[in-house]
Design a protein around this ligand. Sequence first.
Ligand code: T4K
Length: 405
Amino acid sequence: MTMKRNLGDLAVFGGPSAFLQPLHVGRPNVGDRARFLDRVNWALDHQWLTNGGPLAREFEQRVAELAGVRYCVSTCNATVALQLLARAADLSGEVIMPSLTFPATAQAFRWLGLTPVFVDIDPATNCLDPDLIEAAITPRTSAVVPVHLWGRPCAVDRLAKVAADHGLRLFYDAAHGLGCTSEGQPIGGFGQAEVFSFHATKVVNAFEGGAVVTDDERLAQRVRAMHNFGFTQGRVSTETGTNGKMTEAAAAMGLTSLDAFEETVRRNEANHDDYRSELAGLAGLKVMEFDRAERNNYHYLVVEVDAAVTGVHRDLLDEVLRAENIMCQRYFSPGCHEMEPYRSERPVSLPHTERLARKVLALPTGPTVSREDIRRVCDIVRLTLERGHEVTRRADERVPSTTAP
Ligand code: T4K
């Protein structure tokens, strides 16, 4: 495929797509397939497929080590892990959280009858702004749940102080944060507990999976009981529970993906560097950076498109790239507070969240994305943004546009 030089070469305007097969953001990090199949065969040979089996226990041990904590309870997904945590900590009333996150953060709590209260982000971190929390606290507030967005750590010290000052529980949604650090401390050990996701699209994949990690023994025991119908001893439930267990097949995948973790991160970082150098100097486009003094998993490659400079709105860039078979994701847009039921029930204005949510786009990365793929993606981004006003005009002439720069 030759480089696209003219707007007519773009697939959105009738040219051939740059990629024959879709290039995805969330390709699963599988690791050594033979090793995965060995583990599954081992589970089948031993006829032990779930209910806290040896593979799930090994997975928990390795996640706890990586997160630098004493306890890890594996779960069927992170949404249920958040819910188990909420129940195990007896949360009630309102839970303060960012709106700029995957809707699971809010939905998990809302599903339990708790009320998510959305607070704006600090533009310096793009995570929950500690300075805005106090104003959102009411007598009904029981917890703060910040999100380490895209694996970039929150302002953990300031958040710990606000939560402690007001006697609130502090739990992190660390769905993106495995293997990342804040001031050298691994994500996983902040607040009273943190939650990881091992969904197929995450840096470590267990098909579906999650985990609660904590140093609080009592909390860990309660989460463990609750994720298994409330059983503590034998098959006698001592309180309300559910079924949130991780299967052995999921753990086999999780362990195999974990084996490949260092290599995955290395490839992600190399991709990140390639994107940065290919897109360097492009006016109106910022590649979201990680703090190089920390350990990062570089799992999300997020760009911020400033339509006022480029003349092209993020939505139109997304459309242009999708026509080329480059399947970007608008992570995370719109903010939860702009979605139902929150939008109707509790209208709130969060200027920083709203500004950023309209600009961000996650581009394909991960070990299956090659340097040549990145070069081709960036050529198209460059062509589109450098001739942004023309692209928007042509797109508007083609079909009535719903995207406003
Ligand atoms: N908190 C936060 C901050 C989260 O980001 C998430 C989940 C959660 C909590 C809850 O965690 P879990 O309960 O899921 O463990 C995907 C994931 O489904 C979701 O887990 C994740 N965040 C979110 C950021 O991404 P979608 O709706 O974007 O998924 P989907 O199916 O559109 O796939 C995304 C991309 O990945 C597509 O380009 C296709 C590709 N893909 C997907 C799957 C499933 C593959 O290539 N292979 C696959 O197997 O939510």
